[in-house]
Design a protein. Structure first.
Length: 570
C-alpha cells in the first residue's frame, strides 16, 4: 500500500513534491497501513517535461554508468548523496521509499563506453543494442550471456541499497516476458545480494500467464495490464485479468492491477474521470482480488471522498488479510467474488454491476458507420431522429487492426430543437467520457495537434483515441442529432491503423434502453454456509440485519458493494 508519482506528476516530480506527499501520508494514511512513497520514471533527467520521453535527453550518471537523481529536481542528491537524504527523511516519518528503474544500461553510458564497476569490462561489452524499449529511448538491454553483465546489475542495486531504498519498480521488463527473463533473474540475484530487503515490482503488463511460475519466484508484484487510467473500458477489462491471475497469487507475490487514478491527476490539470460508483468498484475489486494498492493522485489536494476510499479500515482488511479469494460468478456482467475471513467462519462478499446503464449492444445502435485510412473513407455524416430521448451515447471502436492511430473525431456535434434552432453539445458538459489512454479533448486531436479532417481544420469537435465513449444528457425538446464522424488527418497520414466504427445510442425512458441499478443475488449455499446470517455493508459501515437463504442488494451501474457475512457461533 503506497503512493506513486506517475499519475499526478508524470516525469516531473521533485524532491519538494515527494516530501510533501510523504508528510501527508504520514499524517493521514499511515495509521491505515499505507507506507510506500515511490518516485516514478525519469528522476535522473534534469529537463523532464511531462508524459513524454525525449530522445537524446541528458541523463545524470556516475562514472560507472549508474543513474543518479537530477540535482536541480532533488537538491539533497548533491555531493554524491543520491537519494540517501530523501530516503532518511521518509524513513523518519515511519514510511518506506521506492524508485522506478528502466531495464538495462543507459545508452549514454554505452556511447561513452563507461567501465562497469568492479570489472575490467565496459558498457559496450555488455549492452544488447538490439534490445530497446519501444516507448522510452534511455536504455539498451543487458546481454546476460556476457562477462560483466551480472556485475553491472549488482553494482546498480548495491548503489540503490546504499541509499536505503525499500522498493524498486523495474519497467520495460514484464512484456515481452520471455525476452527479458534473464534480466529479471539477474535483478532478483542483485537484490538478494545487495544487503537490503527490497520489494521488486515488474512493469508494464500484461505479463503472460505462461510466466506465472517464473514471475512469482522472482518478483513481489507484476503488472497484469498496461497503464491503468480512469476510464470504464480499462476498468472493465481488469475483471477478466484478475480472474485469470487469481490462481497464481501467493503470499508475497501479487498480480498487480496497477495504480489508483483517483483525485487530482494529470499534472494537476484535472480530477479523476471515474464516477464515485466506479471508484467504489476499483477499490472493491482491487481489495477482494488482493491487488497491491498504489494511489496515484496528488495527496496534498486530497478531497474528502477520496480520503474516505483510502481509509476505510474494514475494506483495507479485505485487501491486506483476507484468504482463499476467488470469483463466484459472472452473470452477464453481474459479478461476484468471495473470500474467507482469517480465523473465522465469516465470509467477505464483493458484488459488482458491470453492466451499462444504457444497453450498448451493437444491434441496438441507432447509427453505425465505419471509416478507414486504407479504404480511403475518412468521414461519414450522422443525422438521427432523437425525439423523446433523454440521453445520447457516442461510441468509437477500433476494428480488426487494433487501436494504433485510431484517432476519431466527432465534428460539430449538435442537436436540432423542436423550434428549428440548433444547440452545440460542446456548450454543455458530458455526463461520462472514456477513451483509450484517457486521450479525449474538445481542444486538440488525439495526436496532440490541431483537429483536422480532409485537409481542413476542425473548429469545433471532440477528438478521442478509440475505443472511446461519450455520453450527453439531451436537452428537453431535442428532435435531431447532427454530426460528422471522421478520422483525424494525422491518422490518415499514419502508416498503420486508422480504422474506426462509429456508433450512436439513445436512451428513452420506458423503452428498456436505460437501466437503473440491479439486484445482484448470492445464495448462501454458494458461500458454503447456511442461514440465518448477519450481513454488514463495509462501505456504508452499516449492519443490514439477518439473511435467511439469499442476499440480493441493489448495485448501481458500474458500482460495487462489499459485505461481511457473519455466521453465528454454534
Amino acid at each position: 500500500m503506497g503512493w506513486n508519482s506517475w499519475d499526478c506528476f508524470a516525469t516531473t516530480v521533485t524532491e519538494a513534491q515527494t516530501r510533501a506527499q510523504a508528510e501527508y501520508m504520514a499524517g493521514h494514511l499511515k495509521k491505515h497501513g499505507w507506507e510506500y512513497v515511490v518516485v516514478d520514471i525519469q528522476w535522473y533527467e534534469p529537463g523532464a517535461t511531462g508524459y513524454d520521453y525525449r530522445k537524446g535527453a541528458p541523463l545524470v550518471m556516475d562514472e560507472w554508468g549508474r543513474l543518479l537523481p537530477a540535482e536541480n529536481r532533488f537538491p539533497s542528491a548533491g555531493g554524491g548523496a543520491g537519494f540517501k537524504l530523501l530516503v532518511e527523511h521518509v524513513h523518519s516519518l515511519g514510511l518506506k521509499f521506492g524508485i522506478h528503474l528502466m531495464r538495462g544500461i543507459p545508452r549514454l553510458a554505452v556511447e561513452r563506453n563507461l567501465p562497469v564497476k568492479g570489472t575490467d569490462v565496459r558498457a559496450q561489452d555488455i549492452a544488447d543494442m538490439k534490445s530497446i524499449c519501444p516507448w522510452n529511448p534511455d536504455m539498451y538491454g543487458v546481454d546476460m550471456s556476457k562477462p560483466g553483465a551480472q556485475e553491472y546489475y549488482d553494482s546498480v542495486f548495491a548503489l540503490i541499497a546504499s541509499w536505503g531504498v525499500d522498493y524498486v519498480k523495474v519497467d520495460d521488463i514484464a512484456r515481452p516476458y520471455d525476452a527479458h527473463s534473464a534480466e529479471i533473474e539477474a535483478i532478483r540475484k542483485a537484490i538478494d545480494q545487495a544487503g537490503r530487503p527490497m520489494v521488486l515490482s515488474l512493469s508494464p503488463g500484461e505479463t503472460i500467464i505462461a510466466a506465472a511460475e517464473h514471475v512469482k519466484r522472482h518478483a513481489n508484484l507484476w503488472r497484469i495490464s498496461d497503464d491503468f487510467w480512469d476510464n470504464w473500458p480499462a476498468l472493465h477489462e481488469q475483471f477478466a485479468r484478475l480472474d485469470r491471475w487469481n490462481p497464481h497469487r501467493i503470499s508475497g507475490a501479487w498480480p498487480d492491477a496497477d495504480m489508483l487514478p483517483f483525485g487530482v491527476i494529470d499534472l494537476g490539470k484535472r480530477t479523476t474521470r471515474f464516477t464515485k460508483d466506479e471508484q467504489y468498484t476499483v477499490m472493491t475489486l482491487w481489495s477482494i482480488a488482493r491487488s497491491p494498492l498504489m494511489h496515484g493522485g496528488d495527496m496534498t489536494k486530497m478531497d474528502e471522498f477520496t480520503l474516505s476510499l483510502l481509509t476505510n479500515d474494514d475494506v483495507l482488511a479485505v485487501n491486506q488479510r483476507s484468504e482463499n479469494n476467488r470469483p463466484l460468478f459472472n452473470r452477464d456482467n453481474l459479478i461476484g467474488w468471495m473470500a474467507d475471513v482469517p480465523g473465522s467462519p465469516d465470509k467477505y462478499v464483493a458484488l459488482f454491476n458491470a453492466r451499462e446503464r444504457i444497453e450498448l449492444a451493437p444491434e441496438r445502435a441507432v447509427f453505425r458507420g465505419g471509416v478507414s485510412r486504407d479504404a480511403g473513407r475518412q468521414s461519414v455524416a450522422v443525422d438521427l431522429e432523437v425525439t423523446g430521448a433523454t440521453s445520447l451515447v457516442l461510441v468509437a471502436d477500433p476494428t480488426v487492426d487494433g487501436t494504433t492511430w485510431d484517432h476519431a473525431l466527432w465534428i460539430d456535434p449538435r442537436v436540432v430543437m423542436a423550434d428549428g434552432s440548433e444547440r452545440s453539445l460542446l456548450d454543455q458538459s458530458w455526463t461520462r467520457a472514456d477513451a483509450f489512454w484517457s486521450n479525449l479533448s474538445t481542444e486538440k486531436a488525439p495526436g496532440g495537434g490541431r483537429m483536422s479532417s480532409g485537409g481542413k481544420p476542425v473548429a469545433r469537435g471532440i477528438g478521442a483515441h478509440a475505443p472511446a465513449l461519450i455520453e450527453y444528457a439531451l436537452p428537453a425538446g431535442a428532435v435531431r442529432f447532427l454530426a460528422t464522424a471522421a478520422l483525424d488527418d494525422a491518422a490518415v497520414k499514419a502508416t498503420k491503423g486508422g480504422s474506426v466504427e462509429f456508433r450512436v445510442f439513445v436512451g428513452r425512458p420506458g423503452d428498456g434502453s436505460e437501466r437503473p441499478g440491479l439486484p445482484v443475488e448470492v445464495a448462501l449455499k454458494d458461500l458454503g454456509i447456511s442461514g440465518p446470517v448477519k450481513v454488514r455493508d463495509l462501505w456504508a459501515k452499516q449492519d443490514l440485519g439477518e439473511i435467511g437463504e439469499r442476499f440480493a442488494p441493489v448495485i448501481p451501474w458500474h458500482g460495487a458493494g462489499l459485505y461481511r457475512v457473519s455466521v453465528p457461533a454454534p
